[in-house]
Design a protein around this ligand. Structure first.
Ligand code: 5CA
Length: 439
C-alpha cells in the first residue's frame, strides 16, 4: 500500500475523551472513529488489524474442530421467550419493532438462535459432537460504555456453541475450547490466564474467564504467579485425544476474578511470595451450562439407548474487537503502538526520505515490490511530509519493521532498518535489509 493513496487520518493532539492508552492510541493512529457512545467506525488501519485478529481466532477454532457459520444480528423476541431470557435480559438488550409490529432484538449473544438451528436438523447422538461458531457484531446497551473498544455497545465477538450427548462428552468439548483459547491468545502475543468466574446471564456452573493482566483492566484478579510460566500447547496438540491433563495443569493453581475470589482458599493454596493481586482485561469466557437452553427449547437427541434427552451445551466467547485494545495495552511505549508481528496491519513501513529523488524513489520501489512479493505487506510512505513527521507516524502506528531509504545512505549503497519493538537499528545494503526482514 502506498500511503499517498491510503486513508490514515492521524491525530496530532491526544483526544480528551480517551482515558486509557489503547483508546488514545487507536484514535491517534487513525484506526477508529466514534460514531455514537460505544459505537465505532473501523477506519482502514483498524479494520486491517481486526481482520488479522479474526483470522487467528478462525484458524484456531477450525483446528479445534469447530465449524463456522454466520447468524444474523437481528433476532426474533419470540425465540428469546422460549428460553425465558427475553424478560430477564433487561435494559442491556436493544429491542426493535419492525413495520409489521413484530418484536425483534439486536443480538447480545446467540444461545437461543443456535439451539433453534440445532434442533431443526439434529435428532441423533450419531451426529455429535458438534461445535458451531460465528464471528459477528453484537449489541449490548451497556450502562457505561467506555475505554473505546474495551467496553463498547456494538462489538465484534466470536461465539462458539458445543453440542454433546452427555456431560462427559460436553466436558471434553469444553476442554477443546479451553486449549484453543490458550493457543489463540498466545498467537496474538498475549498471555491470557484462565480464571474461575461467575456465569452471569449466560448460566451454568462451569466457567472460565481468560484474562490479560493490565493496569487498566476493569476487573480485579487474584492469581498464583506460577500461572504465568505454564507452557501453552503447540500447534501439534491432539484435539482428538484427552486434553484433561492440560486443563488440569492450567486450573490447578489459584486464579480467580473478584466476583468469585475466596480469600481463605487463596491464603491456604498460594504461598505469599507467589500471590499476585492485579487488574485484568477479560478477552474471552467459556461456559458449560448443560441443558439450560436445550431443555426449555426442546433440543433433544436420541442416545445409543434410543432414549431422547436434551443435548448438553456450552458456549465460548472471544471479544474480537476488545482484543485490539488489550493487545495495545500490553504492547506500546511513549511513541505509540508496538504490534506483535502476527496481528500487525502492515509488516514493514518503508520511509522514503526524499520523494522525487530518482535514486531514492527507485530503491523504495524495488524494496516495495520485493517485500510485497515476500508477503510482508509493506506500507510505503511516499508523501511529502518532513522526515521527522514520517518517523513519528511510523512509531505511532507501530509496524514491526521500518525501512528508511534516503539519498545520503544510498550514496554509500545503504539503507536503514529499525525494529520497532527494540529500537535496534542497522545500516546495511538493501538486499541484506530485505533478508533481515524475511523477504
Ligand atoms: N454467549 C457467551 C459466550 S459465546 C457470551 O456472550 N459470553 S460473554 O458475555 O462473556 O462475552 C464474550 C466476550 O465478549 C467477553 O469475554 C468479552 O471479551 C467480550 N465482550 C463482552 N461485552 C463486551 C463489550 N461491551 N465490549 C467489548 N467486548 C465485550
Amino acid at each position: 500500500m502506498r500511503l499517498s493513496r491510503y486513508f490514515l487520518p492521524l491525530l496530532k493532539e491526544t483526544p480528551a475523551e480517551a482515558q486509557i492508552v489503547s483508546h488514545r492510541l487507536m484514535l491517534r493512529a487513525g484506526m477508529l472513529r466514534q460514531e455514537a457512545a460505544g459505537i465505532y467506525a473501523w477506519l482502514p488501519l483498524g479494520h486491517r488489524v481486526l481482520q488479522k485478529v479474526e483470522q487467528i481466532v478462525r484458524e484456531e477454532m477450525d483446528r479445534a474442530g469447530a465449524v463456522e457459520l454466520l447468524m444474523p444480528t437481528l433476532q426474533l423476541a419470540d425465540l428469546w421467550r422460549e428460553s425465558g431470557r427475553y424478560d430477564d435480559y433487561g435494559a442491556e438488550m436493544l429491542r426493535i419493532t419492525d413495520r409489521h409490529e413484530r418484536e425483534l432484538l439486536y443480538g447480545p449473544t446467540n444461545e437461543e438462535m443456535i439451539t433453534e438451528i440445532f434442533r431443526a436438523y439434529v435428532r441423533s447422538y450419531k451426529a455429535l459432537p458438534k461445535n458451531l461458531y460465528h464471528i459477528q457484531w453484537k449489541f449490548r446497551d451497556e450502562q457505561r460504555p467506555r475505554f473505546g473498544v474495551m467496553r463498547g455497545r456494538e462489538f465484534l465477538m466470536k461465539d462458539a456453541y458445543s453440542f454433546d450427548v452427555d456431560e462427559a462428552a460436553g466436558k471434553a468439548a469444553y476442554n477443546r475450547m479451553f486449549v484453543a483459547y490458550l493457543r489463540l491468545f498466545k498467537r496474538m502475543g498475549l498471555s491470557a490466564i484462565p480464571m474461575k468466574a461467575e456465569t452471569g446471564p449466560i448460566g451454568g456452573d462451569l466457567s472460565h474467564e481468560f484474562i490479560v493482566l493490565a493496569q487498566t483492566g476493569e476487573s480485579q484478579v487474584f492469581l498464583d504467579r506460577r500461572m504465568l510460566d505454564l507452557p501453552v500447547p503447540g500447534e501439534d496438540v491432539d484435539y482428538e485425544g484427552d486434553l484433561e491433563p492440560i486443563v488440569t495443569d492450567w486450573t490447578r493453581l489459584y486464579a480467580a476474578t473478584e466476583d468469585v475470589h475466596d480469600a481463605d482458599r487463596y491464603g491456604r493454596e498460594t504461598p505469599e511470595a507467589d500471590q499476585i493481586t492485579a487488574r485484568g482485561i477479560e478477552v474471552g469466557q467459556t461456559f458449560f451450562f448443560g441443558d439450560k437452553y436445550s431443555k426449555p427449547m426442546k433440543a433433544v437427541v436420541s442416545g445409543p439407548d434410543g432414549v431422547e434427552r436434551p443435548v448438553q451445551m456450552g458456549s465460548y466467547g472471544v471479544g474480537v474487537s476488545r482484543l485490539l485494545g488489550a493487545i495495545i495495552e500490553a504492547s506500546h511505549d511513549e511513541a505509540g503502538i508496538i504490534w506483535p508481528d502476527a496481528v500487525a496491519p502492515f509488516g514493514v513501513g518503508i520511509v522514503n526520505l526524499r520523494p522525487g529523488d530518482a535514486a531514492t524513489d527507485r530503491a523504495c520501489e524495488e524494496a516495495y515490490v520485493a517485500l510485497k512479493q515476500g508477503g510482508k505487506e509493506p506500507l510505503l510512505d511516499d508523501t511529502d511530509e518532513r522526515p521527522g513527521g514520517k518517523f513519528a507516524a511510523m512509531d505511532l502506528i507501530g509496524l514491526p519493521w521500518q525501512l528508511i531509504i534516503g539519498p545520503r545512505g544510498l550514496a554509500e549503497g545503504k539503507v536503514e532498518v529499525k525494529r520497532r519493538a527494540s529500537g535496534e537499528r542497522h545500516t546495511l545494503p538493501l538486499v541484506e535489509a530485505l533478508s533481515m526482514m524475511g523477504a
